[in-house]
Design a binder for this molecule. Structure first.
Ligand SMILES: [Zn+2]
Length: 392
């Protein structure tokens, strides 16, 4: 898509590749649908991968192997041991490194001809348009709603295809959002983000390790087709994959003319600071009735009586716990309220702060007077207070 049309004969086009490239890409060069012209297009293409995690791993690896000339990676995370079950860009020796750096090493090892650009930062309203400017298309491998909505909006503004993928437990989805190519955008389907805590993330719900491998590979396929202008893309179609039943289903998607970003009279015309209203694993700044882990630590050593209520599952409690916590999984809480002392201040805790927020709401509506949610959960506690508590 970044290549201009020329009328060079194929022999001359082949000569533009080095002997090494001619061998490396020989299986592409012999396909009539790709050939030297297509391979040149791939070389000139610039693809931005949002996230160097589960979806970004196969997507970026296959694009690098295919000879996509420029690959951008946006990620601010570091590699954790619990990532390795599905994020094949990273190895055991990379634990603790920046994901972007670990990913770059793996991509360059796969194909040293690829130019890998690192954006080791959050993708935010302040930088999203500037980052996307250097690329032709976007692969959304993010795992939170703030990034997903922002990616959608800036891709619509820039008229660049957004190759979308998402995974949850055993189910995956993929499509291409591209209103400028006649399809819908993400907001045509879901105009506003869900309220915080309404949808659990992978960290809270779990995911089959191979699932992002399948969905991320679908995203790579769509990106290559868009660059090469071949085949029928997923514009206007959502592909749903059920790993347990081993079934693919397809849904037709339509543009919504009342869509707030790509509709006839759009309300959203500039990037929004999504974290103001859309939190997930991303934002851990405390809201009302919430405290951060530093405040929790102070209160636990203060004079007021307290109860630390951990609402995670027993296997999580076995993996990592804060000394003095009481375990009642969220699903059992409403039946076990009489085990809790109403006189004490109750601090609700989970892995990332979402289940515990639901627990806090439940306790307040049951009349408990002093209930506080711990923002960021035990994950923030391990990161900021006690590194001896394992992260998972
Ligand atoms: Zn739309």
């Amino acid at each position: 898509m970044a290549t201009e049309k020329t009328t060079l004969p194929n022999e001359k086009r082949v000569a533009l590749f080095s002997a090494e490239e001619r061998l490396r890409y020989s299986r592409h060069l012999m396909l009539p649908e790709i050939g030297p012209e297509g391979q040149q297009r791939l070389k000139a293409a610039r693809v931005l991968c949002l996230g160097a995690g589960g979806l970004g791993s196969p997507a970026a690896l296959y694009l690098a192997a295919a000879g996509v000339g420029t690959i951008g990676l946006v990620d601010f995370d570091r590699v954790e041991l619990s990532n390795l079950q599905r994020q094949l860009l990273h190895g055991t020796g990379d634990v603790g490194r920046a994901k972007t750096e670990s990913a770059r090493d793996r991509l360059v090892a796969a194909n040293p001809n690829v130019d890998v650009h690192l954006h080791t930062c959050r993708f935010e309203s302040s930088n999203a348009e500037e980052i996307l400017e250097g690329y032709d298309l976007l692969i959304d491998g993010s795992d939170n709603f703030a990034t997903r909505y922002l990616a959608n909006d800036v891709a619509v503004f820039a008229r660049k295809p957004n190759v979308y993928g998402s995974i949850f437990r055993f189910d995956g989805q993929a499509t291409v959002f591209a209103p400028h190519l006649g399809g819908p955008c993400y907001r045509c389907l879901f105009p506003e983000p869900p309220p915080p805590g309404a949808v659990p993330s992978c960290a809270e719900a779990g995911v089959l390790g191979v699932l992002p491998g399948i969905v991320g590979t679908l995203q790579a396929t769509e990106a290559l087709k868009l660059i090469l202008s071949i085949g029928e893309t997923l514009v206007g179609r959502l592909l749903h994959f059920d790993a347990l039943k081993m079934k693919f289903r397809e849904f037709n998607l339509r543009r919504d003319h009342a869509c707030p970003v790509c509709g006839d009279s759009p309300r959203i015309t500039a990037p929004i600071d999504y974290e103001l209203f859309c939190t997930g694993e991303v934002a851990v700044s405390p809201a009302a009735n919430e405290i951060d882990v530093q405040t929790l630590q102070q209160k636990m050593s203060g004079p007021e009586p307290w109860l630390l209520l951990d609402v995670r599952e027993p296997f999580e409690f076995d993996l990592a716990r804060i000394e003095g916590a009481n375990l009642i999984p969220l699903g059992q809480l409403s039946a076990r309220l009489d085990e809790l002392d109403r006189e004490k201040e109750i601090f609700c805790l989970c892995h990332g702060g979402m289940r515990s927020e639901q627990a806090a709401k439940l306790l307040r509506s049951a009349g408990f007077p002093k209930v506080t949610n711990v923002a960021g959960g035990i994950d923030a506690w391990s990161e900021m207070i006690d590194p001896n508590v394992p992260r998972y």
